[in-house]
Write a protein that binds this ligand. Structure first.
Ligand SMILES: [Zn+2]
Ligand SMILES: [Zn+2]
Length: 289
């Protein structure tokens, strides 16, 4: 199974383009360029799976023909992973019907965007005249779906949960297990510490490649308010997965979804990551599972 990480950024990536914004790492990220610049999190599992969709720019940048993409898996409804109008625009350019897979939240949001236009001057929704021909597939966590030779098992990520006294699950973020040819890939964006039921369920897998949320790098964060990991939290998660046998000695552990403003740049963090037992991902990185 060949994977390419087309984008590896956290949701603060647009701040790089605002040259008046000189918060912490931003001036250095701009000065260093290269792998220190990141675009929104997105990945291809060749030949025809795409994970998440901000836009099609990274497909073009890495020379992936749009018409090779047949299935789009969405992790969750945050705009850096899921932009319904961009997906519909992309789907309309393809010679085949794009199959979109995601939680109930994702599929309902996509269908809504395909049903209505918003008339800004009238302040009202209008029925969309020409809906895009797109296939919609609602996924449930902890069930396995088959597409050709690949088994896809979504699990519930710890993300988009208001953990205040309200305890509102605002979205069902899906992390994905992909199995093909006896190799297993885990796409774990976005998530903080693994939810207990998810962890117990994942014990049945031996993962060969894991793409993991390391959004904040070395920045201290509060797990109460964040739906992400920093490096010390990720190290805890990795240790738990190793102890449970979900990760083995040869598992490729990739830290992704890196903030550009709130974490240090790639060049400053890559050796730190290695010392902590994982590899810092960058846009365009290719991995063979
Ligand atoms: Zn995100
Ligand atoms: Zn998110």
């Amino acid at each position: 199974m060949k994977i390419q990480l087309l984008g590896t950024a956290g949701g603060d990536f647009p701040r790089v383009d605002d040259l008046a914004d000189d918060f912490e790492s931003l001036p250095r990220v701009r000065a260093l360029g290269g792998r220190n610049l990141r675009r929104p999190a997105q990945a291809v599992i060749f030949p025809d799976f795409l994970i998440d969709f901000y836009d099609g720019d990274q497909l073009a940048r890495f020379g992936i023909a749009p018409e090779t993409i047949k299935h789009l898996f969405i992790t969750h409804i945050h705009w850096d992973h899921f932009r319904p109008l961009q997906i519909l625009k992309f789907a309309a350019t393809l010679p085949h019907q794009l199959q979109v897979h995601g939680s109930h939240y994702v599929i309902e949001a996509l269908k809504f965007a395909n049903t209505y236009d918003f008339d800004r001057s009238a302040g009202r929704f209008l029925i969309r005249e020409k809906p895009t021909n797109v296939g919609c597939h609602t996924l449930e966590p902890m069930l396995t779906y088959r597409i050709g030779e690949t088994a896809i098992t979504p699990v519930h990520g710890n993300h988009s949960i208001d953990k205040s006294e309200h305890m509102i699950m605002q979205d069902m973020c899906l992390n994905y297990v992909f199995e093909r040819n006896r190799k297993t890939v885990f796409y774990g964006l976005d998530s903080s510490y693994t939810l207990p039921h998810t962890f117990e369920f994942l014990r049945q897998f031996r993962i060969d490649v894991a793409v993991l949320d390391a959004t904040f790098g070395r920045r201290p964060i509060d797990p109460v308010t964040s739906g992400h990991h920093n490096f010390p939290m990720l190290k805890e998660t990795i240790s738990e997965f190793q102890a449970a046998g979900i990760f083995h000695e040869q598992t490729t552990l990739l830290a992704s979804h890196m903030a550009l403003a709130h974490a240090e740049p790639h060049d400053d963090l890559k050796d730190v990551a290695v010392e902590m037992g994982f590899t810092l991902a960058y846009d365009g990185m290719e991995i063979e599972a």
